[in-house]
Design a protein around this ligand. Structure first.
Ligand code: PLP
Length: 422
């Protein structure tokens, strides 16, 4: 039998991969802490937390054991008409960590579905009140997922091009930068004036637009936009799928805000990176709009694996590890090292726009090619780091580090040194 890399190509179609030119995938046989090991025994530092999901390290024994124990008791049960301990235990531990107005939890199984549920909650809220609103405001460079609703509220670009005609119309505003705050707020207000009582929600990635290229912006402008939204009964949807669980230096990016969102979306780090789980939380005000003697007012959404007990057990165990290992302290240490590295990079000629927020540091590699996701510099950078035993996955010419929090200072410095010697 040939190795994993070769056997793979007979049947498997990989995500976000040009299968003709990508070359064989690396066959991974083991994960441990911040490391991945391939079938030839080569070790890689997982400096992107395997698509931003891993938190405490690969194959963390505490979470692995929690899943195994749960699998022996109850692996899955329909979540309509039935409930179970892992979901309730998770909810009881998770909800008090959120802004106090978040009172209800709806489970699904990935980030896109968490966003779908959020959008549908907002739209059906107004429908149920017999005052339908159908418009949503989003940032022009946003990324909220790959299903049709989440694509609709995302940037129109290379990811959505083949589907653009089928996406619903969204009111876009410019992504905030250091200098355009008043323009962005004005655009927001103009949309409201032009579409009075038509806008159901404003959806945003708080403080950092991930897939757009780790674009960071200030809490001040987001507070302003949310305040305007709230003045017009427009629901604020915080998509914390990427930012949640410590990435920005606090447990949730919304902790930097003075205004609380009405709806929040989570996935990725929610289970420590072990299981597929999505969560959408909302206020009592939203929840109550679905309470009625009429069945037609129930929330029309659900997935087969909604509330999967294994995923909930992993999510609960992950929250326990946060406490047991004082993970927030590790987050603070990485945040500090990032800031120091940002200083070190000052004046380096082939990079620009060095930016850091919490455990994420990003920079743009200067290139004569046109910028963008398909830029060939991306492939060169990717191969350069893989060669060195580092998994970094640049977004076009944007290079970023987003590690599991168990990464050692020595390993993080190894990654930083590799970037510095580019
Ligand atoms: N929202 C944000 C902010 C994301 O970064 C992502 C994925 O990168 C998603 C939603 C979609 O999550 P998933 O890939 O689990 O569908």
């Amino acid at each position: 039998m040939s190795n994993l890399s070769q056997r793979d190509s007979k049947y498997i179609w990989h995500p976000y991969t040009q299968m003709q030119t990508a070359g064989l995938p690396i066959g991974i046989v083991k994960g441990e802490g911040s490391y991945l090991f391939d079938e030839n025994g080569k070790r890689y530092i997982d400096a992107v937390s395997s698509w931003w999901v891993n938190i405490h390290g690969h194959a963390h024994p505490y979470i692995a054991n929690a899943i195994a124990a749960q699998a022996k008791e109850l692996e899955q049960v329909i979540f309509a008409g039935f409930t179970h301990e892992p979901a309730i235990k998770f909810a009881e531990k998770f909800m008090p960590l959120l802004p106090r107005n978040q009172q209800k939890l709806f489970l699904s199984d990935n980030g896109s579905t968490a966003v779908e549920a959020a959008i549908k909650m907002a739209l059906q809220f107004f429908f149920n009140h017999q005052k339908p609103r159908t418009k949503i405001i989003a940032f022009r460079d946003a990324y909220h997922g790959d299903t049709f609703g989440s694509m609709s509220v995302s940037a129109r670009g290379i990811f959505t091009q083949p589907f653009n005609q089928l996406l619903f119309d969204v009111l876009f505003i410019d992504t905030p930068t250091a200098t355009n705050h008043s323009t962005v707020v004005t655009q927001f207000q103009q949309h409201i004036t032009e579409h009075e009582n038509e806008i159901a929600a404003f959806i945003f990635e708080p403080l950092i637009l991930g897939s757009a290229g780790m674009l960071m912006y200030d809490a001040v402008v987001l507070n302003q936009l949310m305040t305007v939204a709230k003045d017009h009964n427009i629901f604020c949807i915080a998509d914390e799928v990427m930012t949640g669980f410590g990435r920005t230096g606090k447990l949730f990016a919304c902790e930097y805000l003075s205004v609380s969102p009405d709806i929040m979306c989570f996935s990725k780090g929610i289970t420590g990176g072990f299981m597929a789980l999505g969560a959408t939380t909302c206020t009592n005000q939203i929840y109550e709009a679905f309470l009625s003697n009429e069945k037609a007012k129930m929330f029309f959404h659900g997935h087969s694996y909604t509330g999967n007990p294994l995923a909930c057990a992993a999510a609960y165990a992950s929250l326990e590890v946060w406490e047991q290992e004082n993970t927030l302290q590790k987050v603070k240490e990485i945040s500090k090292l990032n800031l120091e590295f940002a200083v070190r990079l000052q004046g380096k000629k082939n990079i620009e726009n060095v930016r850091a927020l919490g455990t994420i540091i990003a920079l743009d590699v200067i290139t004569s090619e046109q910028k963008g996701y398909t830029n060939s510099i991306r492939d060169k950078l990717y191969s350069y780091f893989i060669e060195k035993g580092i998994l970094l996955r640049p977004l076009g010419n944007t290079l970023y580090v987003l590690p599991p929090y168990c990464i050692s200072e020595a390993d993080l410095n190894f990654v930083f040194d590799a970037i510095e010697t580019l």
